[in-house]
Write a protein that binds this ligand. Structure first.
Ligand code: CMP
Length: 224
């Protein structure tokens, strides 16, 4: 129950209403690398990340992928198909072993009708995602790969970073290909750009593949 309190779209609800939702939620664990659903399929379930990480990605017909977002504990996904009755607009894949809550459409819609504050929170979440998507469009149109990589590293640190002294450690371990899918580039260019950042001392990838921001001011200069 305590877990549901931390879920952004349920944040305004009283304990008794959270209890009702909790009683109707179905728990599901997905293993690292498993798809929760694929773009284009029909689905009538809303998902909430309880523990772990979910990558939302847009695949192309030619086998390439653009990562739209990485979602962590407390964030929901799958709300769009439920609201619009259209197929899933993107695929969802577990970046690590991940615990989810699933809420069936009927349960979710009946709570929406009784609790307009949930609708308001969903609108807020959708607006935040639209703002982020607009930023991505601008960045993909005008920024260099180095600027985009620096920007994404800072965003990852803001969302998933742990402060250690003057450094930030990003607690998600992403491969160079996964970073390329996020930034909208190729693995080779990301490897080269990360080396550039490491040589200047702004970023470090340690032996356990942890990404560190060592000098945030130096890194920020790429973004300007
Ligand atoms: P749905 O279309 O049901 O399935 C894919 C889900 O990915 C979608 O609902 C949203 O929950 C989520 N999603 C789609 N686009 C984005 C985005 N740009 N940022 C974050 N999440 C997204």
């Amino acid at each position: 129950m305590a877990l549901l309190k931390k879920v952004d779209i349920f944040s305004g609800l009283k304990d008794k209403d959270l209890k009702k939702i909790y009683a109707l939620a179905i728990e599901k664990t997905v293993r690292k690398g498993d798809y929760v659903f694929l773009r284009g399929t029909f689905g009538k379930v809303l998902y909430v990340v309880i523990d772990g990480l979910i990558k939302i990605e847009q695949p192309t017909e030619r086998g390439k992928v653009k990562t739209l977002s990485i979602l962590g504990p407390g964030e929901c996904f799958g709300e769009m198909a439920i609201i619009t009755n259209l197929p899933r607009s993107a695929s969802a894949i577990a970046l690590e072993d991940t615990k989810l809550f699933m809420l069936k459409r009927e349960v979710f819609v009946s709570h929406l009708q009784n609790h307009p504050e949930i609708s308001l929170r969903i609108i807020e979440v959708l607006c935040e995602r639209l703002t982020e998507a607009n930023e991505q469009i601008k960045s993909l149109t005008f920024d260099s790969v180095a600027a985009r990589l620096a920007n994404n590293i800072v965003s990852l640190a803001e969302k998933f970073g742990e402060n250690e002294g003057s450094s930030w450690r990003i607690r998600i371990r992403l491969t160079h290909q996964e970073l390329a899918d996020l930034v909208g580039s190729t693995r080779e260019i990301i490897t080269r750009t990360l080396k550039l950042f490491q040589d200047e001392g702004s970023v470090e990838v340690d032996g356990e593949r942890n990404l560190w921001i060592r000098d945030s001011q130096k890194l920020a200069q790429w973004i300007k």
